[in-house]
Write a protein that binds this ligand. Structure first.
Ligand SMILES: [Ca+2]
Ligand SMILES: [Ca+2]
Length: 240
């Protein structure tokens, strides 16, 4: 069983990595995992950091509106109700669950390299609790970030190690999560520059050439006065 040891590897934050010769962010987590496997002690005992065997699930196709200030929609409301969540089950190299992982040891970003979650703070979101005896925890709170991930999904990392699809662990798990923010350009502030982006999509709906899903904060496939009201509510909000 897990003996309480924590991995002493350097902690990596995938969003800070720049690998121009690969380009696609989808490759970046795999490169990070390879680097860690080469520079850290080999797995072989319970209590190793998360590797192949971890899981990432959502209760539905989450659509979450976030603000750099962390005061927009919670993950729990990401499907229109109030009880949805993201779930992870973290296991080590021997598929033993890892309990006690701190709430701060998780990270997420867009699977598609053309999109970005722009985090405010480190961490910019928290797990609801430390991982339990089964290695499980959930996420249902606020996210402090800007940017936009309209498609392609979101990957998760725990202690810098990206969760991969079982059983082969060849591919990154991209959870069905869409993230939008009134900080449309992801510079950490909701201001005039975002208003300019919003204006270009205003009164354009899904299917229109000028439709921009990053401007739809109430998930009705329209960019209209309702969304403008949300932008106004968070105007001049920024990273704490
Ligand atoms: Ca902005
Ligand atoms: Ca809308």
């Amino acid at each position: 069983m897990y003996d309480g040891r924590r991995m002493e590897c350097p902690r990596f934050r995938p969003e800070r990595w720049n690998i121009p010769w690969i380009g696609l962010r989808i490759m970046r987590p795999l490169v990070i995992a390879l680097f860690i496997s080469l520079t850290c002690p080999a797995a072989g005992y319970a209590g190793d950091p998360p590797e192949c065997g971890s899981e990432l699930n959502t209760t539905c196709s989450l659509r979450i509106s976030v603000c750099p200030q962390g005061d927009f929609e919670t993950i729990a409301r990401g499907c229109g109700g109030s009880s949805d969540y993201i779930e992870v089950i973290i296991r080590d190299g021997n598929w033993y669950p890892i309990p006690g992982i701190p709430t701060t040891d998780f990270w997420m970003d867009a699977c598609d390299d053309q999109y970005d979650i722009s985090p405010c703070g480190d961490p910019f979101f928290l797990a609801d609790s430390v991982t339990g005896p089964d290695g499980r925890t959930t996420f249902s709170g606020h996210i402090s970030a800007g940017g936009c991930v309209p498609e392609g999904g979101v990957y998760f990392a725990c202690q810098g190690i990206v969760i991969l699809e079982m059983p082969l662990c060849m591919y990154v798990v991209c959870a069905d999560i869409m993230i939008v923010s009134p900080d449309i350009n992801g510079d950490g502030q909701v201001n005039l520059s975002d208003l300019s982006f919003f204006g270009q999509s205003y009164n354009h709906n899904h299917g229109d050439p000028l439709w921009n899903p990053c401007c739809d904060y109430n998930d009705d496939y329209k960019c209209d006065l309702s969304d403008f009201a949300f932008l106004g509510e968070h105007y001049q909000h920024g990273c704490p």
